[in-house]
Write a protein that binds this ligand. Structure first.
Ligand SMILES: [Fe+2]
Length: 163
């Protein structure tokens, strides 16, 4: 990440800690954005007898993800670093796969989203350790909220796959 020191940012967290936390938040932002786009893609392309349920459920989920990227990016700004916001940057920072070119069957969509939410929850948990050690409560709070929603969403999607 580019080092762009913002003078006067004296909030009781060292520059190194802020930079490390922002790196974690940038990875989370990229993965959240990718999961948002994949969920919206699946909202458009889902087919089959569960169409209505999944089309509607995916809309609720992509809306939540879309709303989540803003506070993550703005926390990075509040910590004094630039927020990434391009496909090139997200590709570099992200660890989630892109949506497949060919829309998969409905069950495979759900399974992919379960994995996506689990991975993003794990990413948020990884970042949390840094925020806790650096005494950065607002970032810790944001990451706690993200873990909670991703774990809950993963459960709801997983429940659809039960036989
Ligand atoms: Fe729609």
């Amino acid at each position: 990440m580019a080092k762009k020191r913002i003078s006067g940012l004296e909030i009781g967290i060292s520059e190194q800690d802020r930079q490390d936390i922002c790196e974690g938040l940038s990875h989370l932002l990229a993965d959240t954005y990718t999961l948002y786009l994949t969920t919206h893609n699946f909202h458009w392309n889902v087919t089959g007898p569960q169409f209505n349920t999944l089309h509607t459920m995916f809309m609720t989920q992509y809306t939540e993800l879309w709303n989540a990227v803003d506070p993550i990016a703005e926390r990075i700004r509040a910590l004094g670093f630039p927020a990434p916001g391009s496909y090139a940057a997200f590709k570099k920072l992200g660890s989630l796969p892109d949506a497949p070119d060919e829309p998969p069957r409905a069950e495979e969509m759900v399974a992919r989203l379960v994995r996506g939410h689990e991975q993003v929850a794990a990413k948020a948990r990884e970042g949390f350790r840094l925020t806790d050690a650096a005494n950065d409560q607002p970032s810790a709070d944001l990451l706690t909220q993200r873990m909670d929603i991703h774990e809950k969403t993963a459960w709801m999607l997983r429940a659809l796959l039960a036989k």
